[in-house]
Ligand binder design. Structure first.
Ligand code: CP
Length: 361
């Protein structure tokens, strides 16, 4: 068994069954109810946080989570202050920190980078966001918020609004909600920022109800949960294209007049201008609580992983194809050239094990 198979890593939520997610949600609820029972549960344990990209919520909620469990933290929030600035590669940095820490949390701008680090790390690692690819602990945060605030994850009509094309949190939450029965989806965006076709195909194949609309006023009447998103400037090819979309959807008090009284409004944050500040006072605005729920679910995750409770998900399911290059230019295999080219599949389409991109061979 390779070393990396020993650890319970969290790279992709879909590596684990729904029963695993539900256990975590129950544990987070228990911790939220009785935090004092867990205050010494990670005594003497150390968490390394390696943030190669800016973050407020994810970084600080992980750090707070570990401190509230009685553990301590090391790490960097800016690679320029570490030896990354001297040209150290990902493997060496993460290998070294994993020799100091009992658990690592990493955010990195390149897709597939956290799985790449997990291959050689000497402790478990959690994906805190790898470029536009995955952000599993945000999805856990969203599920926990829904469970706590709505009391159920079933039969909810969720409206997603804004940048549905680039929002990794939207893609992951939609995929996660297809595991709970009765989920319905209202997709509010401009045609340019519509949800990718492969996710709509997945909804159709699973028999889920979804509707695409361009008007938030029209959609807001029917929904139980409104998930607002930021237009992601950093993902646009040009400033002009961004400016054409900027401000397309702004939630304000006036729009909320027609919404259900038990609607909840979520946003992964940070926001720019898509939710007017006046909405913060509305009891239906739940995005600040959502960020706080993120701390409890991360406490549950650290606790579970450090107790080594459960079976690790296999990290690699396919095999090395030495002569095949992943066709995604944003994949970590193009930056860290020593990485083995792991792919799943055997015919003329191979799926990259780092970034999940499909490459024709
Ligand atoms: N939601 C989220 O990931 O926020 P940060 O980028 O501040 O961590």
């Amino acid at each position: 068994m390779p070393d990396y198979e020993k650890y319970i890593n969290l790279i992709d939520l879909n590596d684990y069954p729904v029963s695993w997610w539900n256990e975590l949600l129950s544990l987070a609820h228990e911790i939220k109810q009785s935090p004092e029972d867990y205050a010494k549960s990670c005594d003497g344990r150390i968490m390394g946080t390696l943030f190669y990209e800016p973050s407020t919520r994810t970084q600080m909620s992980f750090q707070t989570a570990m401190l509230r469990l009685g553990g301590t933290i090391i790490g960097f929030d800016n690679p320029a202050t570490s030896s990354v600035a001297k040209g150290e590669n990902l493997k060496d940095t993460t290998k070294i920190v994993s020799g100091y820490a009992d658990i690592m949390v990493m955010r990195h701008p390149v897709e597939g980078s956290v799985k790449a680090a997990a291959l050689t790390a000497d402790c478990p690692i959690i994906n805190a966001g790898d470029g536009g690819h995955l952000h599993p602990t945000q999805t856990l945060t969203d599920l926990f918020t829904l469970k706590e605030e709505k009391g159920t994850l079933e039969n909810l009509t969720i409206g997603f609004c804004g940048d549905l094309k680039n929002g990794r949190t939207v893609h992951s939450l939609i995929k996660a909600m297809t595991c709970y029965k009765g989920s319905r989806f209202i997709l509010v965006s401009t045609p340019e920022l519509a949800l990718p076709t492969y996710i709509k195909d997945m909804l159709s194949a699973g028999g889920f109800y979804y509707k695409e609309v361009t008007s938030l006023d029209e959609a807001i009447v029917d929904i139980d949960v409104l998930y607002m998103t930021r237009i992601q400037q950093e993902r646009f090819a040009s400033e002009r294209e961004y400016l054409e979309q900027k401000g397309a959807y702004i939630l304000d008090k006036n729009k909320l007049k027609r919404a259900k009284s038990d609607l909840i409004i979520l946003h992964p944050l940070p926001r720019v201008d898509e939710i007017a500040i006046e909405v913060d006072e509305d009891p239906r605005a739940m995005y600040f609580e959502q960020a706080r729920y993120g701390m409890y679910i991360r406490m549950a995750l650290i606790y579970k992983i450090l107790r080594n409770s459960g079976k690790p998900a296999p990290l690699i399911k396919g095999r090395v194809h030495k002569d095949v290059e992943c066709s995604n230019p944003r994949c970590i295999t193009h930056k860290e050239r020593y990485l083995p080219h792991y792919f799943e599949g055997s015919s003329d389409i191979l799926t990259c094990e780092y970034c999940d991109n499909r490459t024709l061979v």
